[in-house]
Design a protein around this ligand. Structure first.
Ligand code: FAD
Length: 415
């Protein structure tokens, strides 16, 4: 059997994998990335947050993405019937990027993977990791290519960025349920010729369809827009006798904000369903490996945190892998798990606050304080590590107490 020896093996060529591979390669190490699909491949997660630009920048990937001309994103507009809450990333508490992109992920992920390959990372596409054996921090990974050829990669360190594939948690029985209730989504890409009449394309729109059900509208530069409904599995059960296309068509036509714009437009593919995505793992690292991106914990699509947490965790992990390979001691709990969970936990508060209605109180109040709005805007931009921001530092308490204050002092404004 053929065996290759590398410094670092990265599993998965999503944004998390490419950022890790890019940063470690830049430090002079021999990096291989193994990806089971042929790119471009479909994956959901199309609305980015400004904070992910910092990870792309450190991995030297920003210019390659800029050259693609993806739709620029300057903010997010939240709508509940006629109530509007518009966040503009220019008006933020935390200093940082004030823009990002809305991307068809197949093209975005291919751009990143091609760029790290161009910079010298060996990328094995259409090759699947099937087994890993650890010997201290060294490992031997079995991979199988599309012709069925089996070979081995010996690595000094593995970064598992396999997303929904969850390679190390599955091989070593580390999966753990999340504390969020199960949710489901139905979505498609829809032709969108009327977008300018309805909304500027350089922001996403989030619509409250019912208190627990919401809709994303993410325009791309191609003239196509991603439209998705997210709700409890029971919400979708009401329509289970219909085909996915009939279901999505019915739901679009039942939502006044969407009906005129998308009611008769073509779906670019048969609408897709995803569910039960919230999951975590018993451990984020071990001797010779670290998990990054969705493999650590994925919460919920609300607030578009996925790619940002994926790239921020791999940015951090990559620098720690380099530190360890240089012979320094890394305290993975303190230096990786703690900050990673800090980001996840801030977003968890906002996701839970969205579904229990406390954030609706805050977003749709008639007179939100501009300073508070800036602080919340920075959370929505992905700056969830800035502990100078009270909406980061004391996230749980501050969100709850502001909602209670608004309800007590101005009930008509939050109704
Ligand atoms: P991925 O992008 O999943 O990449 C992992 C790669 O690993 C894949 O290419 C896969 O083929 C490969 N792989 C898997 N198993 C193996 C194996 N055995 N061997 C080799 N390769 C393997 N996030 C946002 O930021 N914005 C959004 O608007 C958003 N919307 C979402 C909507 C829904 C309904 C859902 C469920 C999620 C959404 N997300 C969103 C989350 C987003 O999809 C993920 O957080 C993001 O894709 C994670 O990136 P990643 O690099 O960790 O993993």
């Amino acid at each position: 059997m053929q065996t290759q020896e590398v410094d670092v093996l990265v599993i998965g060529a999503g944004p998390s994998g490419s950022v890790a591979a890019g940063i470690i390669k830049k430090a002079g190490y021999n990096v291989h990335m193994v990806e089971k699909e042929k790119f471009p491949r479909f994956v959901i997660g199309e609305s980015l947050l400004p904070r992910c630009m910092e990870a792309l920048e450190e991995a030297d990937l920003l210019d390659a993405v800029k050259a693609q001309g993806f739709q620029e994103k300057f903010g997010a507009k939240f709508l509940r019937k006629d109530d509007v809450c518009d966040f503009n990333f220019d008006e933020q508490f935390t200093e940082g990027f004030s823009w990002t992109w809305q991307v068809p992920r197949g093209d975005f992920d291919k751009t990143l993977a091609d760029e790290v390959q161009r910079k010298g990372v060996t990328v094995h596409f259409e090759t699947t990791v099937t087994d890993i054996k650890f010997d201290g921090t060294n490992s031997t990974t079995t991979i199988v290519d599309k012709e069925g050829n089996v070979s081995e990669i010996k690595a000094k360190f593995i970064v598992d960025s396999s997303g929904y594939g969850r390679v190390i948690p599955r091989l070593f029985n580390l999966d753990k349920p999340s504390n969020l209730p199960p949710r489901k989504s139905l979505f498609a890409h829809v032709n969108d010729p009327k977008r300018d009449v309805h909304n500027e394309p350089n922001r996403i729109m989030i619509l409250v369809h019912q208190p627990q059900t919401w809709i994303w509208v993410i325009p791309f530069s191609t003239g196509v827009t991603s439209v998705g409904f997210v709700g409890s599995p029971e919400f979708f059960d009401e329509h289970k006798d219909k085909t996915p296309e009939a279901q999505l068509r019915y739901l679009i036509n039942s939502e006044p904000h969407l009906k005129e714009r998308f009611g008769n437009e073509t779906f670019m593919f048969e609408p897709k369903t995803l569910e039960g995505w919230s999951i975590t793992t018993e451990q984020f690292f071990g001797d010779g490996f670290v998990l990054t991106g969705n493999v650590t914990e994925f919460l919920d699509p609300m607030f578009s945190s996925g790619v940002t947490l994926a790239t921020a965790s791999s940015q951090l992990a990559a620098n720690l892998v380099i530190k360890q390979l240089q012979g320094n001691k890394v305290n993975w709990d303190q230096e990786f798990v703690k900050p990673t969970m800090q980001g996840v936990d801030v977003f968890r508060t906002y996701v839970m606050g969205w579904y229990d209605g406390t954030l609706h109180d805050i977003f749709f109040t008639k007179d939100i304080n501009p300073e508070i709005k800036k602080q919340i805007c920075s959370v929505l931009a992905g700056y969830v590590w800035d502990t100078d921001n009270p909406f980061v530092k004391k996230h749980d308490r501050v969100v709850k107490s502001l909602s209670e204050f608004l309800r007590m002092n101005n009930p008509s404004a939050v109704a």
